[in-house]
Design a binder for this molecule. Structure first.
Ligand code: ZN
Length: 202
């Protein structure tokens, strides 16, 4: 990042050495912001009040905060022991949080779906089947590459239900296909499964 930017915390004159959500932060405000965010996310997670958008921003934050905490910890020559301990603590808490996020149950179910991506200049449609389902999305095998962040409409052949989803990740699949993970934008429990029961039987 551009280190000539000033820390965006109120009344702080120090130089920004990191950024969270695009706001430059000095080392000490970076630590403060990470701690308060981690605490808030942890409470939300425990209260099970996480929607897809939360999980999304949580993932983004986890990446951003652990990468930078690590950089600061490696590269700062004037860290005191307390700051170093806090940075390490932030990295550990963030990875713990990430572990919980990924723990949302998955179910291997093949449901025929029609996917429709309306990307400008590269729109495509395809019939496919789900590989894994989660409460918040699914992974699907497709022959069109899709970039993380792109919007895709999913339609179930069996029920005719439609939902908007966003591509969360992509990786090579079998033969000429790719596997994409999608997360619903506007739909809770699209698959109509009793996720609480699935969670319990794990
Ligand atoms: Zn500051």
């Amino acid at each position: 990042m551009n280190t000539t930017e000033h820390c965006t915390a109120e009344d702080c004159q120090r130089e920004g050495v990191s950024s969270i959500d695009g706001s430059a932060l000095c080392r000490s405000h970076f630590i403060d912001v990470c701690y308060s965010r981690l605490e808030r996310y942890e409470e939300q997670r425990k209260a099970q009040k996480l929607c897809v958008a939360d999980a999304d921003s949580m993932r983004h934050f986890i990446n951003e905060c652990s990468r930078q905490a690590d950089e600061i910890e490696q590269q700062s020559k004037d860290l005191d022991n307390l700051e170093r301990a806090k940075l390490v603590d932030i990295i550990l808490s963030a990875s713990e949080l990430g572990r919980h996020l990924r723990r949302s149950p998955r179910k291997a179910v093949s449901i025929p779906v029609h996917l429709c991506c309306e990307r400008l200049g590269g729109a495509w449609e395809e019939d496919s089947k789900t590989v894994l389902l989660s409460r918040y999305g699914a992974s699907v095998q497709v022959s069109h590459p899709a970039k993380p962040g792109e919007c895709i409409q999913i339609e179930r052949f069996d029920t005719g239900q439609k939902a908007q989803a966003r591509v969360a990740w992509q990786r090579p699949g079998d033969r000429d296909t790719v596997r994409i993970g999608v997360e619903f934008v506007d739909c809770d429990n699209f698959w109509g499964l009793d996720w609480a029961a699935i969670e319990e039987t794990r």
